[in-house]
Design a protein around this ligand. Sequence first.
Ligand SMILES: Cc1cc2nc3c(=O)[nH]c(=O)nc-3n(C[C@H](O)[C@H](O)[C@H](O)COP(=O)(O)OP(=O)(O)OC[C@H]3O[C@@H](n4cnc5c(N)ncnc54)[C@H](O)[C@@H]3O)c2cc1C
Length: 460
Amino acid sequence: MRSYLLQINAAIIIRESKMHIAEKEICTPVSLETDICVIGGSCTGVFAAVRAARLGAKVAIVEKQNSFGGVATQGLVNIWHSLKDAEFKNDIVAGLTLETIERLEKRGAVTRIPHDENRAFVLNTEELKIELDEFVKENGIVPFLHSFFVAPHLKDGKLDSAIIENKSGRSAIRAKIFIDASGDGDLAARLGLPFELRRHLQPPTTCSRILGTEGLDMGKLIREHREEFGLADDWGWRSDVAGIPGMTMHAETHVFNANCADADELSMAEIEGRRQIRAYMDIVRKYTDRNPVLANLASCIGIRETRHINCAYRLTEMDLLEGKKFDDAIANSSYRIDIHHEDRPGISFRYLDGTEKIFENGKGWSFSRWRPERAENPRLYQIPFRSMIPGKYENLMVCGRSIDCDSGSFGAARVMVTCNQTGEAAGVAAALAAGKNCGINKLEICEIRKALSNGGSIIH
Ligand SMILES: Cc1cc2nc3c(=O)[nH]c(=O)nc-3n(C[C@H](O)[C@H](O)[C@H](O)COP(=O)(O)OP(=O)(O)OC[C@H]3O[C@@H](n4cnc5c(N)ncnc54)[C@H](O)[C@@H]3O)c2cc1C
């Protein structure tokens, strides 16, 4: 598979051209003037929009796909992690994550698995799509689906509009405050703000939902027969789907060496991700008596990591593992550091209690400590608001997986219960700033934290 991508990379080099065309200067219509414009409509983006709207702001949300939810819906990733501390004692996360779970529960669209470090909530993500539509409608948020953010527009050196393209053509959304929830930090990157795109990115996976693979040891089957079917040495996981007996969600493989913030590499990664699904289904067909049925392909590859926008503070692995308290904390979590290796097959987990667990093919799981035992361990870690503030443009925040993290802290902060909270914090701060007609930098952190808490978030 690696060689397959290398062949593709050679083709990309040929496609690169020094030729340019000069487009005519365009006069772009303004499709909306609003208080807040959110770019990207995953749960992170929708939760930002909802929290802002609930504080009285006028909000628009721009999503390139046909539904909201991002990796959770379009990518089929249906696991939310624990809302409790590392010892499963106290609640540390609530807000819109909890509200969404409670709403989905009324439709039989969530299975709760208490005291499980791997998964606390298994969702039916098709129901989640409709629930997110309901959130948008109820809160009077203006949706732009099938709409791609393509460029920022500056006026007098200030961020004035987000230019989008959709079926109706090109238009601008003017807003007081912008929230970049695109996951890839597209708005910040197009503004020319500095970002980090690491050499070893956590690799993407195309997920599938399949009938007829229930109970099979997929990991073993793939490891034994992968070479015959052109699959790399790899590690994967799988899950049931709430409310659909016999259906399995598979995240078995990775597309290595793909930078999904690059258009060419993203195209090739999509095709390779789907090929991998056919390959492991063919392994099941050939080496078991099952005849699996492909029920759903993720409508886009699940991207784990691309750009991290440089912000006022870079969160570090040790901040998380030592449970550092931040004065400007806007999110809590207890999920372990979880790194899918890019440079070798397998996965590593590091826990707040000082233990670590590594899976390497051929060796299986190994258990050790990343620090010696102590009488007391942290039970949670926090995300500081400063890791969402790129500076330079005082009306811009980033949230979700593109916040400023080193590689270790990203391994934990990337999960949805945490991304969701960064969205909520961005939404609350945006509404406060829009209400006062000021920049984000003029807000007191205590008022953001208070408004978050008043709206249902747990703030320590
Ligand atoms: C295969 C896989 C398995 C995972 N497993 C888990 C798990 O079990 N549990 C867990 O909690 N986390 C898991 N994660 C991590 C988690 O899902 C992601 O880190 C998280 O969802 C990121 O959220 P986000 O909102 O930052 O980005 P995304 O979910 O990527 O959302 C970004 C949104 O912005 C939109 N967008 C992007 N660019 C533009 C643009 N230019 N214009 C308009 N819209 C745009 C996208 O379409 C998307 O809807 C997994 C990730 C992957 C890929």
